[in-house]
Structures are given as structure tokens and as C-alpha cells.
Design a protein around this ligand. Structure first.
Ligand code: 4AD
Ligand code: MG
Length: 447
């Protein structure tokens, strides 16, 4: 029996007879040769049918096989530098081929450029395309690296609820759903508040799950459903938090470089930029970031670009401001000490400067901007209650959360890293919607 192989391991089978099970990605004919690009989920490999090696009937069948037909190829693996594929450098000389299903001839996602809406309507097919496949493979490795680092560093994985009684990240982005006799329940915007309870039982924890925001913004950085990993740590202040974040993010990037080199090459990613992602990362205050933006504003002559850079102390950064800040650095940059007014209610105020809080965002280089939001949390119950009132939040829904501060309160901190934003940056792609198999945005829930 000939072994069924995985294309990503094809290098182990040089000069051996193998079977590849997969789909026809592309087909070209050059006289007595037909080249099939076959994908099996783990990679792409060129399979060559030579007229003289096969029966007339089989050769003609291969020469006309429709794109996306499911097949089993029998053949011999050859090393050939010129052979395209992922990993490239190998081809299969076809000795036999079985068609499982000949695909309909009118495959909508033919190998050419498609309009965005068309591609998104056909997302169930689009994910078969090389660029999408490569991006989603990077995503899987990012997720694996996240769990690996946290599990190896003593963090306990806690699953926090998705149906929740109240807002945690602002009341304007809540998805509500009727909940029996309890009124409205809300899809979780974060698991953080529950993790703040969890640390008092487990010390260091993380939750990792789908996160929901009814974001009204139609930008290339926003989804309504995304995946966020949220570590939370007891006895941890803002400085210690930044050290954890830079170790964590560097590990993720280095692991992708190691395990997904072929995919990054397929995406034409400049990996020399990613190789630089090692600790420490630069740290600047919000005030310094505002100065950087002001300098760029003063230097900018193009009126349109200048208008985008306009900024006043006290506002939150938009994408153009974050891009302006990151262009000064070739690593992710920490911006800490944002104005209290633009951040969530639970952030510890800066000592002697209550208009600023102990928050820190991590902005990815090359203009990608925020991939992490985090902070030191308020540990004093009275201060916390004041903030809940300032934000007009219903005290009763937060009673348990305030309670945590009455029984062994400690300084503690945590952060949330958005998986899709991180994958967008690592892959060097334009739009966040390509980093999740079935994106949910303000105007799309299909397919
Ligand atoms: O900055 P955010 O809102 O922080 C929190 O939710 C905190 N509770 C996290 C914590 O401290 N435990 O969101 C964190 C990250 C952002 O930096 C971004 O990467 C991602 O989540 N994110 C989004 N990603 C895609 N689409 C959206 N609409 C996102 N909103 C946030
Ligand atoms: Mg944020």
C-alpha cells in the first residue's frame, strides 16, 4: 500500500511512490505535459502528467479536469528547485489519478482578482485561495503560540461567560439579547471583570474567546465578533505588565517566523521587519505621543494629510494618529497614561494626576496601530464605586466586582490582545476581515 502523504511533509518522500489526496487548484498544459497544482490543506504541490506515462484516456481526463475537482494522485516525488508550491521545490510525477468528484465548470472563485463584496459573498470558497489559506494558517499558529506562552508561564486558562449582565467596555457597543425573565443579557465585550475575580483564586489567569462589539465603525481594523486573549495578574503593576506584554508578543512573532515561513513567503511578507520583534519595546507616555503627532502636524504640507493629523490633548487616537506614532519605531511601542476620560471605568488613576490613568496600549509598527489594550486596575473599593457612578453604570450589576476589593485587594493588572489585529500585522495585510474564516462586520453576517 502506497502511503498517503501530507504535502507539507513532502520533502521526506523524495524518489518514493506516494498518494496525495486533495483538490485541483490550477491546471495548465504544455504539449505532452499537464501541470496540476494540487492542494491538500497542508500545502500546494505541482503534479505533472506526461502523455507517454499514462493511458490516452487518463491523460485526456487530466488535461480537462475542472478546477476544484477532488482527486487522489498517485505518483513519484521528485526534488526540483523550479517547482512552484508551498513548500516549493518538489513535484509529483503522476502514475495514476482518481477523480472523486469532477467539480462544476463554473467555479466562482477562479484564480484572478475579485471584487471585495464578491469575494466576501463567496467566503466559503475564498478560504481555499492561497493568500487566504496562508493567512488563516498564520492565525492558527498565533493562537497556538498564545496558549503555549501562557501555559508555560503559569497562567491558568479560565473560561469567562459570553452572556453577561452589564457593560464592561462602554455602553455604546453592546449586543443585547432577551434573557427569559431576567431582561436583557449582553454578549461579552471582554472577560476581564471575571478574570479579576479569578486571579484571587488562581493568581495568574487568562481567558481566550470570542468577543462582541456592536462597533458602528466601518474601518479596516474593526470586526463585530473577534477573538481576544486576556491575561490578568495579581500583584502586578503597570511596569511589570509591559514586561509581560513584550515577552508575550515577541514569542508569538518568533514562533510564526519559525513555523510559518512558507505562508509568510506566499504573502510576500518582509520578514526582516518581524525578526526585529524582540524585547524590550519602546515606552512613551500619552503626553509624548501627543508631542510626536504635533511635530508631524507642523511639518506636514499636504492639507488633506494635515487635517487627518489634527489632534488635541484629551482625545483618543484615531488610526492616522496611531500610524504617525508608530512610524518613529521599528518595534511595537507602548503608549501609557491615557486621559482617564477616554478609557474604561476600571483603570487605576495616575498618582497625583487623576486626569490620567494607568492604562497602556501596545501599537504595532508599520502603521498597524493598537493590538493590545491593558491597564492596572483600581484596587480601592471606594475609588471604584466613584468611577462606576461617574460612568452612570448600575451599581447593583457590579456589586460582586466591587466586593473583590473588600476581601484581600491587591494591585493587579491585565491586558487584552486582539487575535485578528495581531494576525493582520504579522501577515502584513490590509484588512482585518481576511484574518478570520467567516468575518462579522457591521454590514455582514453571511455566509
Ligand atoms: O482595548 P480593548 O477594548 O480592551 C479590553 O477589552 C480590555 N478589557 C482588555 C483587558 O485589559 N483585559 O480591546 C483589546 C484589544 C484591542 O487592542 C484590539 O486588538 C482588540 O482587542 N479589539 C478589536 N479587534 C477587532 N475588532 C474590534 N472591534 C476590536 N475591539 C478591540
Ligand atoms: Mg483599546
Amino acid at each position: 500500500m502506497t502511503a498517503v502523504i501530507r504535502v507539507d511533509k513532502i520533502g521526506d518522500y523524495i524518489d518514493q511512490a506516494v498518494k496525495v489526496r486533495g483538490w485541483v487548484y490550477n491546471r495548465t498544459r504544455k504539449g505532452k505535459l499537464v501541470f496540476l497544482q494540487v492542494r491538500d490543506g497542508s500545502g500546494f504541490v505541482q503534479c505533472v502528467a506526461f502523455k507517454h506515462d499514462l493511458s490516452e484516456e487518463l491523460f485526456e481526463q487530466i488535461a480537462h479536469i475542472p478546477q476544484e475537482s477532488s482527486i487522489i494522485v498517485m505518483g513519484t516525488v521528485r526534488a526540483d528547485q523550479r517547482a512552484p508550491g508551498i513548500p516549493g521545490g518538489f513535484e509529483v510525477g503522476i502514475t495514476d489519478l482518481q477523480i472523486i468528484q469532477a467539480a462544476d465548470a463554473d467555479y466562482p472563485m477562479a484564480l484572478k482578482e475579485h471584487g471585495t463584496d464578491f469575494a466576501l459573498d463567496n467566503r466559503h470558497l475564498w478560504i481555499r485561495m492561497q493568500s487566504q489559506w496562508a493567512t488563516l494558517r498564520v492565525r492558527a499558529t498565533v493562537i497556538s503560540a498564545i496558549r503555549e506562552w501562557l501555559d508555560d508561564h503559569g497562567y491558568i486558562n479560565m473560561d469567562t461567560p459570553i452572556l453577561t449582565p452589564a457593560a464592561a467596555e462602554g455602553t455604546t457597543t453592546l449586543f443585547g439579547t432577551p434573557y427569559f425573565d431576567e431582561g436583557i443579557a449582553y454578549l461579552a465585550q471582554t472577560g476581564q471583570l471575571y478574570n479579576e475575580a479569578n486571579i484571587f483564586a488562581f493568581g495568574k489567569v487568562y481567558c481566550f474567546g470570542p468577543t462582541f462589539r456592536a462597533e458602528k465603525s466601518k474601518t479596516r481594523r474593526h470586526l463585530t465578533e473577534f477573538w481576544m486573549v486576556e491575561p490578568e495578574i495579581a500583584f502586578c503593576d503597570l511596569d511589570a505588565l509591559m514586561e509581560i506584554e513584550e515577552q508575550f508578543v515577541s514569542h508569538i512573532v518568533q514562533r510564526v517566523l519559525k513555523d510559518r515561513a512558507h505562508e509568510l513567503a506566499a504573502l510576500k511578507r518582509d520578514t526582516t521587519l518581524l525578526e526585529k520583534i524582540t524585547p524590550p519595546f519602546p515606552r512613551i507616555s500619552y503626553d509624548q505621543a501627543v508631542d510626536l503627532i504635533a511635530n508631524l502636524y507642523a511639518q506636514e504640507n499636504d492639507p488633506e494629510k494635515k487635517a487627518l493629523l489634527a489632534f488635541e490633548w484629551g482625545s483618543d487616537f484615531g488610526a492616522p494618529h496611531e500610524a504617525a506614532i508608530t512610524q518613529h519605531f521599528d518595534k511595537p511601542v507602548f503608549v501609557y497614561g491615557y486621559p482617564t476620560a477616554v478609557k474604561a471605568f476600571y483603570m487605576e488613576p495616575w498618582p497625583d494626576r487623576p486626569e490620567v490613568c494607568k492604562s497602556v496600549d501596545l501599537l504595532a509598527p508599520e502603521g498597524y496601530g493598537e493590538i493590545i489594550g491593558g491597564s492596572e486596575r483600581i484596587s480601592d473599593p471606594k475609588k471604584l464605586l466613584e468611577r462606576i457612578h461617574d460612568h452612570d453604570l448600575p451599581e447593583s450589576a457590579y456589586q460582586w466586582y466591587i466586593d473583590l476589593r473588600n476581601f484581600g485587594s491587591v494591585p493587579h493588572s491585565g491586558f487584552g490582545l486582539g487575535v485578528e489585529r495581531t494576525v493582520t500585522w504579522i501577515c502584513g495585510i490590509h484588512h482585518i476581515r481576511e484574518t478570520i474564516a467567516f468575518p462579522r462586520t457591521i454590514n455582514r453576517v453571511y455566509p
